[in-house]
Design a protein around this ligand. Sequence first.
Ligand code: ATP
Length: 425
Amino acid sequence: MLVNNLENLPQDILRLFRQIGKIAQENNCRVYIVGGMIRDLYLGRENFDFDIVVEGDGIALAKKLADKFKAKLVDHEKFATAVLFVPNGIKIDIATARKETYEHPGALPNVVPGNIEDDLSRRDFSINAMAASLNPEDFGELIDFFDGLSDLKKKEIKVLHDLSFIDDPTRILRAIRFEQRLKFKIEDHSLRLIKEAVKRKAFDTVKPPRIWHELILILYERNPKKYFARISQLCSLKFIHPRLRFKKDTLRLLESVEKILNSYNRLYPDNEPVRGWFIYFIALTDRLGRREIKDVAEKFNLNREERDSLYSYKDTNRNFFSFLSKNTLLPSQIYILLEKLSYETILALRAKTVDKLAKKRIDDFLNIYDKVKLNITGDYLNDLGVSLDSNFKKILDRIFYAKLDGKLKTKEEELQLARELVKNQ
Ligand code: ATP
């Protein structure tokens, strides 16, 4: 049986697939397109993640393909995988078909070369374990050892064997991700296996970077709140931090972040995109205290910028909101308060407050105040004899705040104030 919708792929991609099959044939190997792309072809969902599996030497074939297509090749000999960057912008992951065994649960698997059946056997769910042949003799033929197509029709997420979640507990998060994204159901037996694995504290065996990777994938989804609600229901959020709970206020906060991100372009038309996934993460961990947030940052080895955003969110206490909702506040006061925070922190704080005035002030900061620039530069202060060390920054700041507060309209007025401030310093 031919894979559905394969022929509907863009012509340049189909041509590329046929060429890959032909070159593989000439080199006596078999090639398959595998995984999410086959699933999504059946579901009519766009997916341009091209994963190719080679029965034979994957890297050697990747090198031949790179020559033929004049593509850039990045290979990882250790993992027998390579990435091909074809000049028309297409990226293809190529791997040697492999067989995996797990030395102990949660560990990275031991890998040896295998055939396509071995390669599909090590995958997470039946719907992700289908492949299509690319060799000319049976181009487009569906390979489906695990009845993935039938599960796809039943809209079920099903593991390939009973130890799947014990071998790799991150599959629990993956099962929930596909269940929520595709509006499928985790098949009954697989659901029991999840509960059993959770009871056996399977997550304790997983290295944090692997959990973090899966968490980010969820945070990147369109509507992460329902994913986390389901995670909380099936396995709690303890694998992020033992004290982390998913309560109504977490749901509300995630919802509020979602609203902001969905109307981001309308709210902040001239601003660069922000890292939405990270704002969701700040919201998700909102209930944790300062010390606990630090544990999380360390556990997942967050970078400096991410840590700063999380900590400054945490350090911003109720005074922040009562200050921002005061009746009278100058633009410069708002600027001084917000300028030191990342946009991710600011937007998480905006999601948290229900006060209209506080929201408006945050929006004014992002849309107006943070874009204001002085007409004069530090050179002018230099010319007036202000040395770089002394009051240089203070004077420039005062001119800037005066401008923010509408007291200076022209460059001449900025110059005038500069002269006055230098004289009185
Ligand atoms: P997405 O649409 O989110 O990209 P995907 O199915 O392409 O989903 P990837 O995370 O890109 O998912 O993984 C590609 C393929 O690799 C999957 O379809 C699955 O077959 C396999 N895979 C990924 N992670 C695991 C895992 N932890 N255990 C087993 N197989 C996995």
